[in-house]
Write a protein that binds this ligand. Structure first.
Ligand code: PFF
Length: 449
């Protein structure tokens, strides 16, 4: 149990900044707009919101309960709550998912670094959407550049992570997260003044349910889990550093609220531009990298704004990658008695190897397909749409059915007081709603029957 010896986040702001820092990242600013673009806009947003608030928030609470109660890495947490039982296997799902995500995510974070530099040179003078499109394709499919940036990005992660929880993770997040919000708001104001604003907002906010198929619902569920960093033990690991005074339900709601807010801001920034410049909302993973430079190259001070934006995307990435890496770092360190330095090196080392494969899957490895997908797409699809919801389902069944009700109450109701009503609602969601919804989405989304 929480032994007081282990490191903890120093302040309440630190708890929010690190948890929100984990949730807010490329998932909101890069992945959400392109997924919404591919899956028809408004309807996708609405389904995503359902999964975030109705299914996601209770499962976030479940992870928090496990993490804070045990003060342990994901494997140790299940061992101490349910010794000798098979529940602990969910840890391996989490560790696998975290490494797969870290690998492909670092490639996109690498693109943000390249685009920060390219912004400074004004994209070599390219201003037309076609020119910028060709430029991105040529870059992503080249071999050296993307791999080098992926390595640099992972190396920066190593430097932060090796410093530990308070000095590394918490300090970084306290500075970066507030900066991110301010910059996003400036961009929103700019986008709303574009000629395509009305059409862009309509696409984002007017649901068109004719586009909704079971596989769209599966993707929206995957997006919600990915965006909340949920289902892989990231929040178990982070909450193992929470103090006893941290209000769990409130922290879960703030995290889900700010996370959704940033995804919506990203949509409000991107879709007006897509329609203003006559581009395709369903462009996929390259959407942000092709559309945004078009905006920037047409506004006053474009070089400055573009550099700032891609740098911001890099900052948002790093507060997320450090949280996914921390899952296996804590696991290797505590389960195998490794030093922090060794467990960090091992985690980052594996991600460097897999990340290289992901980076090359846009170029010389694009012939290599797993279930018909490139390595990059497979890592993303398999972790977000399958592993995270399966992990989330097991975690909610465990807390809903197995964990002693007294422990749940003890964690959810602390000196800041939450009524027992919210405890019963959360337990109901964990026992029934979350597992049933996730199960149904799998059955229909994957076409199991
Ligand atoms: N939530 C992050 C994002 O939206 O960018 C991604 C993420 C972070 C996924 C941490 C999983 C994780 F453990």
């Amino acid at each position: 149990m929480n032994n007081g010896q282990r490191t903890q986040f120093a302040t309440r702001l630190g708890v929010i900044a690190t948890t929100v820092g984990s949730a807010v990242g490329l998932g909101n600013i890069w992945r959400f707009p392109y997924e919404a673009g591919v899956h028809g806009g408004g309807a996708f947003l609405l389904i995503d919101l359902f999964f975030i608030f109705i299914i996601g928030v209770p499962v976030v609470c479940a992870e928090f309960i496990i993490g804070r109660r045990t003060g342990s890495n994901i494997r140790g947490a299940f061992r101490s709550l349910s010794p000798g039982k098979a529940w602990g296997w969910v840890s391996y799902i989490g560790i696998t998912a975290s490494i797969l995500i870290l690998s492909f995510y670092s490639v996109v974070a690498g693109w943000t670094l390249e685009y920060t530099i390219r912004s400074i040179s004004g994209f070599g003078g390219a201003t037309t959407p076609e020119g910028l499109h060709d430029q991105f394709d040529a870059y992503a499919s080249s071999d050296i550049g993307p791999v080098v940036w992926t390595m640099i990005f992972l190396a920066v992660n190593y430097v932060i992570l090796v410093r530990g929880v308070q000095k590394g993770i918490e300090k970084m997040s306290n500075i970066l997260m507030p900066m991110l919000f301010v910059i996003l708001i400036i961009f929103v104001a700019n986008s709303l003044m574009m000629p395509g604003a009305a059409e862009g907002l309509k696409f984002l906010f007017m649901p068109d349910f004719s586009q909704v198929t079971p596989s769209v619902v599966l993707s929206a569920m995957g997006q919600a889990f990915f965006s909340l960093s949920l289902g892989l033990g990231c929040l178990i690991t982070y909450s193992s550093y929470f103090t006893k005074g941290t209000p769990l339900v409130r922290t879960a709601l703030i995290t889900a609220g700010l996370d959704t807010f940033v995804a919506i801001l990203a949509g409000v920034i991107i879709f007006p531009a897509v329609f203003t410049f006559g581009q395709e909302p369903a462009a996929g993973p390259k959407l942000v990298f092709e559309v945004l430079p078009s905006i920037f190259m047409h506004i006053g001070g474009g070089v400055f704004w573009s550099t700032l934006f891609f740098f911001l995307l890099f900052l948002a990435s790093i507060t997320s990658t450090i949280s996914m890496a921390e899952i296996s770092i804590a696991y290797f360190a505590e389960e195998f008695g490794m030093s922090r330095r060794a467990s960090t090196a091992l985690t980052i080392g594996i991600a460097m190897i897999l990340g290289t494969l992901c980076a090359l899957s846009f170029g010389s490895l694009n012939w290599l397909k797993v279930f018909g997908m490139t390595i990059f797409n497979f890592f993303d699809y398999f972790s977000s749409n399958i592993l995270l919801p399966v992990g989330g389902m097991i975690i909610s069944l465990f807390v809903g059915w197995v964990l002693d009700r007294g422990i749940i109450r003890g964690e959810l109701i602390n000196s800041h007081g939450r009524s027992t009503v919210s405890v019963s609602i959360i337990v109901f969601c964990l026992r029934w709603l979350a597992p049933l919804c996730i199960g149904l989405v799998f059955i229909f989304g994957l076409g199991i029957f």
